[in-house]
Ligand binder design. Structure first.
Ligand code: VG1
Ligand code: CO
Length: 543
């Protein structure tokens, strides 16, 4: 077996987005495509020689073959060891945990997360640092630079190895440790949550539905919820991960997880429902007859986290992405703890978590997590909810009503316009940006604009600056519109319009969010001229 040096040339467009490099699977499977990017990763981190990595993915189509290629490249680049999930499968939070647990130099995660998988769908690769978190912009930018100048990559001609068998093996002299995908992650969850209390709740007849959407969380949820916590067999549905996610769009929101929504709003709904995404870092939480918006979920988790053993000492701070509603800010203010507002994408939370400034973080895009790993964590959020329900002995609806009564309600919704022509989306955003300076003082839909800008973030820990992270229009009554283009799509552009309006209560706390937000929605269309630029008047996903 030898390490081969293969001549190659740069391939355009290998620029990581919000969360790694995502492309159509046939693109990733094209000549040298994956290899160029993996070599660029190794080059950008100062080489792989002598280093240890974690490797795993969400099991989507090409996951297995990509893993073999990455292992052979790690070997040829002189890596000392790679810890691989069985069958090359690891949820994103489990991969983050393994990096931290084994103190590796980082890890490579194969996933396009909530994007569909399959021969014609999406694939992705991202690198996580030694802290377990996604590489920061400075590092992803260095990777991209390398892809534009690459001339060769190294790969071993060793045969494929059996990743189905747990235990040690080697690839061309490099140590490989195949580990059970679930065990270490499940053990971590047991340290954070009151498993006996949750088990007692299930034993008392509490019923739950967890929709794994044929994606990576199936085995994790089955082991933790059914085997360890005693939820009824069959609680987890779509629990077998499939390379094409069974044709499902593994994005846990009311549109794509409609089966779960129908059950939770139907007759004989269980007490609690949840779903997770392709790689297991997202969660949607639904009570019987009540949908919990991710921004509200973050706020409720922050307000109640002390009820779980892992957070009994209180929180150091709460961080949210800019488009996420300010509901969590109200909780942080009430608790007298730090509050942070970051750009979209989990990589921006890493420094705050490492520095001990924030304990819980969240995004409106169904992402919540804490300092137990450096990724958002779908099952973690579900377990924290279960822990809270077990202690408070109330329904989800009661907990939400209590929360709004205490803190007021930030009505919130996100409207996505998918697959818009990129030039049209860019023209719309450019026009909107150009109009910002003239907006303050104007009145739209009876609401006066207090300020408008393009969000820029200065990391309070390392001082790095990220510009142009989304357009914000703030109104004097506290309402807010945010608009940005997605950085995770693989086809055309996706416009995300984030809408928020605050109601202090005690009246008006139980309206339908779309109705409560109607003037804000109209204002967004008016200000950005969405229909005029894109030809679209209605979103195709509403969360
Ligand atoms: C989306 C979400 C963002 C999230 C990212 C990765 O990004 O809006 O909040 O961090 O996906 O999530 P964008 O650029 O498309 O808006 V996942 O589950 O891919 O890891
Ligand atoms: Co994800």
């Amino acid at each position: 077996m030898t390490a081969l040096t293969i001549q190659t040339q740069p391939i355009a467009g290998q620029k990581p987005g919000t969360s790694g490099l995502r492309k159509k699977t046939p693109v990733f499977m094209g000549p040298h495509y994956l290899q160029n990017f993996v070599q660029a990763i190794f080059d950008a981190i100062g080489g792989a020689a002598g280093k240890t990595f974690v490797l795993g993915g969400d099991g989507r189509y090409f996951n297995d073959r990509a893993a073999q290629i990455i292992l052979k490249m790690a070997a040829a680049n002189g890596a000392a060891k790679v810890i691989v999930g069985q069958n090359a499968v690891l949820s994103t939070p489990a991969a983050s945990h393994l990096i931290r647990l084994n103190k590796t130099d980082g890890g490579i995660i194969m996933s396009a997360s909530h994007n569909p998988g399959g021969p014609e769908e999406d694939f992705g690769v991202k690198f996580n640092m030694a802290n377990g978190g996604p590489a920061p912009e400075s590092v992803t930018e260095a990777m991209y630079q390398r892809t534009t100048e690459i001339t060769e990559y190294r790969i071993s001609d060793a045969p494929d190895i059996d990743l189905g068998r747990v235990g040690p093996t080697t690839v061309d002299g490099m140590a490989v440790e195949v580990v059970d995908s679930v065990t270490d992650y499940a053990a971590l969850m047991e340290t954070l949550f009151d498993f006996p209390a949750i088990r007692a709740m299930f034993a008392g007849g509490f019923r739950m539905r967890f929709d794994a959407m044929c994606a990576v969380t199936g085995p994790y949820a089955t082991e933790i919820l059914e085997n360890r916590l005693g939820a009824a067999p069959g609680t987890v549905t779509h629990g077998t991960p499939l390379p094409d996610f069974g044709g499902m769009h593994p994005d846990p929101n009311p549109t794509w997880a409609h089966e779960l929504m129908e059950e939770m709003f139907g007759a004989d709904a269980p007490d609690f429902g949840a779903a997770s995404d392709g790689d297991g870092d997202r969660n949607m939480v639904v009570g019987r007859g009540i949908y919990v918006s991710p921004s509200d979920s973050l706020a409720v988790l922050a307000a109640n986290a002390h009820l779980a053993p892992g957070y009994a000492g209180g929180l150091k701070g709460v961080a949210r992405s800019m488009p996420t509603s300010a509901a969590a800010d109200r909780v942080a203010a009430a608790l007298g703890i730090g509050q942070y507002e970051t750009p979209t994408g989990w990589k921006f939370f890493g420094n705050l978590l490492d520095a001990g400034r924030a304990t819980i973080c969240g995004e409106e895009s169904f992402g919540t997590g804490s300092d137990h790993v450096r990724e958002k964590d779908g099952l973690w959020a579900v377990l924290l909810w279960l822990n809270i329900l077990a202690v408070r002995k109330q329904t989800v609806a009661q907990i939400m009503a209590d929360h709004f009564a205490k803190f007021g309600r930030n009505y919130y919704s996100r409207h996505d316009f998918e697959a818009i022509a990129t030039d049209k989306a860019d023209a719309m955003m450019a026009a909107l940006r150009a109009s910002l300076a003239g907006l303050p003082g104007q009145t739209v839909e009876g609401m006066e604009i207090a300020g408008a800008d393009d969000f820029a973030y200065t990391d309070p820990v390392d001082g790095s600056v990220s510009q142009k992270q989304g357009v914000r229009v703030m109104f004097t009554d506290g309402s807010r519109i945010v608009m940005r283009l997605s950085g995770t799509g693989t086809e055309g552009a996706t416009l995300r319009v984030y809408l928020e309006r605050f109601t202090p209560g005690p009246d008006g706390l139980d309206h339908d969010p779309q109705e409560a937000l109607a003037p804000v929605i109209r204002a967004a269309h008016h200000l950005a001229r969405i229909g005029e630029f894109t030809g679209r008047t209605d979103p195709n996903v509403i969360t």
